[in-house]
Design a protein around this ligand. Structure first.
Ligand code: COA
Length: 124
């Protein structure tokens, strides 16, 4: 009986901790989006914005949707610095970043799957 109570308390404590983290940290995730066709998810930090993920639906690509959303975001958060990691194999993203005026500021070794590096870009 004591053991069951102990386990229950552990589970409840874990759940409470998880909820606290979710409410404190995950609410800092923000997004700009065009429905579900195209979106950018980012983390609003005190010293800038970390781009977490961005996406355009396969049948809507290369029509300027990601460019539109990034430009909207740059206007909305003018003055804040944006950071994003890009895999060297993601040519669409590398082109997009360069076209928007992001610059390469570093290389993070073994970033993806502990094997592939990430190119760290920032704007400005
Ligand atoms: C990267 C991605 C978001 C681009 O979205 P998009 O709406 O097609 O982008 P845009 O139409 O605004 O394209 C802007 C620029 O990106 C580059 N680009 C886009 N698709 C490209 C492709 N298939 N190959 C090469 N360059 C490409 C071009 O420079 C393009 O400018 P241009 O049309 O003047 O040549 C989209 O390809 C995608 O969702 N990829 C899968 C998810 C992903 O890799 N996300 C990023 C990792 S976090």
């Amino acid at each position: 009986m004591n053991y069951i109570l102990y386990r229950l308390q552990r589970i409840i404590k874990t759940k409470t901790d998880a909820e606290a983290h979710l409410s404190n940290d995950f609410k800092r995730f923000k997004s700009v989006r065009l429905g579900l066709f195209s979106f950018i998810i980012f983390w609003d930090t005190t010293d800038g914005l970390d781009i977490v993920y961005y996406f355009t639906a396969a049948n809507k690509r290369q029509r300027g949707l990601a460019t539109y959303l990034f430009k909207k975001m740059l206007r909305k958060f003018a003055g804040k610095r944006l950071f994003m990691d890009i895999s060297p194999t993601n040519h669409a993203s590398l082109n997009l970043a360069r076209k928007l005026g992001f610059r390469l500021i570093g290389i993070r070794p073994n970033y993806y799957n502990h094997k592939i590096p990430a190119y760290l870009f920032s704007y400005p």
